[in-house]
Design a protein around this ligand. Structure first.
Ligand SMILES: Nc1ncnc2c1ncn2[C@@H]1O[C@H](COP(=O)(O)OP(=O)(O)OP(=O)(O)O)[C@@H](O)[C@H]1O
Ligand SMILES: [Mg+2]
Length: 250
């Protein structure tokens, strides 16, 4: 169970003329293994909410709890044992000049990745190949290739895999497909969905793509001006038609 309770969570430039209540009066509880999709117009507070959860910014007031641990005052690196995060641009997650294998080696050193010990070279290599094969993208045959030679979608899929291999519980995805062409975007969304299920993660996806909001996830919230204005639970989401979503959001 992952709980995030926020009262008046984030005010920027407090007391100044340019004060922004980026996230305001949000009280949100996200269940274990839930896949929450967040939609909302530009500047509605979606990224700020993710930043509050990850610890990239600290709340002005209110508390953030993961399971029964109050993490409100913990910095992002202290929360990283629970939380993996993937950003918009696939370039950010990995080193272009290094091979896929070496990128996984770095990830393993950084995170003490689950089920991957870097001791013996051949063992590590076959463990990486095996993990990559589960994505079903054929990338296990390209592990000696530099990361930079892959498509944005392939790269983002590997970034996702690397980030969840650690023993994390929560996966934060902030518009992970925004920089990708439609085909790559689909690869990444399918990969995110599969990894979320395989690793039994609690997943939060921010997206402007209503089709993805419809096709993926178990719950949708809509944000506007720092507050949640709609919350569609699993039962409601299952009954929802794609047109309803477009109408409701448009
Ligand atoms: N560091 C900051 N300092 C001042 N204002 C900020 C800061 N970060 C965000 N804001 C403001 O807070 C509000 C919410 O921003 P946020 O990035 O959370 O929106 P968003 O919903 O993610 O938008 P988008 O869909 O464009 O990514 C905006 O008005 C933004 O300008
Ligand atoms: Mg944003």
């Amino acid at each position: 169970m992952n709980d995030h309770h926020n009262q008046h969570p984030k005010t920027f430039n407090k007391g100044k003329a340019n004060q922004v209540n980026a996230v305001n009066g949000i009280d949100l509880t996200i269940a274990d293994e839930e896949f929450l999709v967040i939609v909302g117009s530009n500047g509605s507070g979606k990224t700020t909410l993710l930043n509050l959860i990850s610890g990239s910014i600290l709340p002005t007031s209110g508390t953030i709890t993961i399971d029964n641990d109050d993490v409100t005052k913990l910095a992002d690196y202290q929360r990283s044992k629970w939380i993996a995060r993937v950003f918009q641009n696939p370039i950010n997650g990995t080193a272009s000049e290094l091979s896929i294998l070496d990128n996984f080696r770095l990830a393993a050193i950084r995170t003490k990745a689950k089920g991957l010990s870097i001791g013996i070279n051949d063992a590590f290599k076959s463990a990486v190949k095996e993990k990559i094969a589960t994505l079903g993208l054929g990338l296990e045959n390209k592990i000696e290739q530099p990361m930079g030679t892959l498509s944005g979608g392939q790269r983002q899929a590997l970034t996702l895999l690397m980030s969840v291999m650690d023993d994390c519980k929560i996966l934060l995805l902030d518009e992970p497909t925004a920089a990708l062409d439609p085909r790559s975007a689909e690869i990444v969304m399918r990969t995110a969905d599969k990894l979320s299920a395989d690793f039994k993660l609690t997943t939060i996806l921010v997206t402007h793509n209503l089709k993805d909001a419809y096709n993926f996830g178990t719950r949708i919230i809509q944000m506007s001006e720092g507050v949640i204005i709609k919350d569609i639970d699993t039962a409601q989401k299952q009954k929802l038609k794609q047109n309803d979503l477009f109408e409701w959001f448009g």
